[in-house]
Design a protein around this ligand. Structure first.
Ligand SMILES: NC(=O)c1ccc[n+]([C@@H]2O[C@H](COP(=O)([O-])OP(=O)(O)OC[C@H]3O[C@@H](n4cnc5c(N)ncnc54)[C@H](OP(=O)(O)O)[C@@H]3O)[C@@H](O)[C@H]2O)c1
Length: 318
């Protein structure tokens, strides 16, 4: 039996991990904030010592990137100090740790894709907390997988995908920054990839280290991603809003964000045999059905006269 303890049960990745099919003989236990607040390091240690898992997956994080600029203490506690406490407890009881990290550890000024060996230079507090997290884990626990991902989404959570669809409901035109590019990653795919990577590393007790894992497929600008979202949802969303490209400088936010978020995933393929599907395919599948909570409006049936006089009925917009 492989006992797995997962922090962050209620986040988008945590829920995707819960929904995943786990390997035979693996017994996952999910912990949410109500059971263990990650700013309480004694509580973290108590949960880990109480459970004595073979593997910890930390899917919890302080992910409010802009808010982190004005609330750095909490961001540091949750993103850097809590994983450090997990790593120390894990080292003491011989447990391995999978920690999720981010493209935001990079400055975003290099191209075409960041490798695991590239120098980190975060542009914001959130990115700095993630770098500190990585350093603490590497120092405390050799048996770790630090998995950096980017542009994570799940249709049932708050993220870029859902924000686009929500904006498109209230406006026929959405403004999207056109100077950030990356590869969107479905939480469900990442969840599968993390479990697969952990299985390979645990079985060999080898290949520990830092990896990049995102969906495959072409790198895309935020504007291209937005277009793909509306196309993928077209069957139930009933409209395709116009996309207005804007520069990040016209979209003031508290935290700077990297221009290039593309992560090179070669190492995960080569060392762990783990590769995620194309982001375009997964996005189409993810949005084939209405996203929960979004006020989906069906495309109305064409009135008979329109079928006669118009072979191209305009996109429905209420
Ligand atoms: N989202 C992205 O685009 C993105 C990109 C790159 C990397 N990542 C990384 O991917 C991982 C998963 O992210 P996600 O998008 O799934 O995050 P998420 O949906 O924001 O979920 C984060 C989870 O962490 C929990 N959490 C936050 N503060 C906590 C605290 N003090 N005590 C206990 N739990 C706490 C939250 O609990 P509540 O539910 O109670 O709030 C939530 O369940 C994170 O490491 C994140 O940094 C995300």
């Amino acid at each position: 039996m492989t006992k797995v303890l997962i922090f962050g049960a209620r986040g988008q990745l945590g829920r995707a991990l819960k929904a995943n099919a786990w390997p035979r003989g693996w017994v996952p236990t999910f912990v949410h904030r109500g059971q263990c607040d990650l700013t309480d390091f004694a509580a973290i240690r108590a949960v880990i010592w109480g459970h004595k898992p073979d593997l910890i997956i930390n899917a919890a994080a302080y992910t409010a990137v802009d808010k982190a600029e004005s609330e750095p203490d909490v961001a540091w506690a949750v993103n850097a100090l809590a994983p450090a406490a997990m790593a120390e407890a894990a080292a003491a009881i011989g447990t391995a740790l999978v920690q999720v990290s981010s493209d935001y550890v990079f400055s975003g000024s290099l191209g075409p894709a960041w490798t695991e060996d590239d120098i980190t230079r975060p542009l914001n507090i959130y990115g700095k907390t993630k770098v500190a997290c990585e350093l603490a884990i590497r120092a405390a626990l050799p048996r770790h997988l630090i998995v950096r991902t980017a542009w994570l989404y799940d249709p049932s959570a708050e993220n870029f995908v859902v924000a686009m669809l929500r904006q498109g409901l209230s406006s026929a035109r959405v403004s999207v920054v056109n100077d950030q590019f990356g590869r969107p990653t479905a939480a469900s795919n990442l969840a599968w990839g993390l479990i697969r990577a952990a299985k390979v590393a645990l079985a060999a007790d080898d290949h520990w280290g830092t990896y990049h894992l995102t969906n495959e497929g072409p790198a895309v600008m935020r504007t291209g991603f937005a277009e793909a979202i509306f196309k993928a949802a077209a069957g139930w969303y009933g409209r395709i809003p116009a996309i207005e490209p804007i520069s990040s400088s016209n979209y003031p936010s508290a935290a700077l964000r990297p221009a290039n978020s593309v992560l090179d995933t070669t190492k995960a393929k080569a060392a762990l045999g783990v590769s995620l599907p194309s982001w375009e395919d997964t996005l189409r599948l993810s949005l084939a059905r209405p996203a929960p909570g979004l006020n989906a409006r069906p495309i109305p049936a064409l009135p008979p006269f329109a079928r006669i006089f118009s072979s191209r009925w305009p996109v429905y917009a209420a």
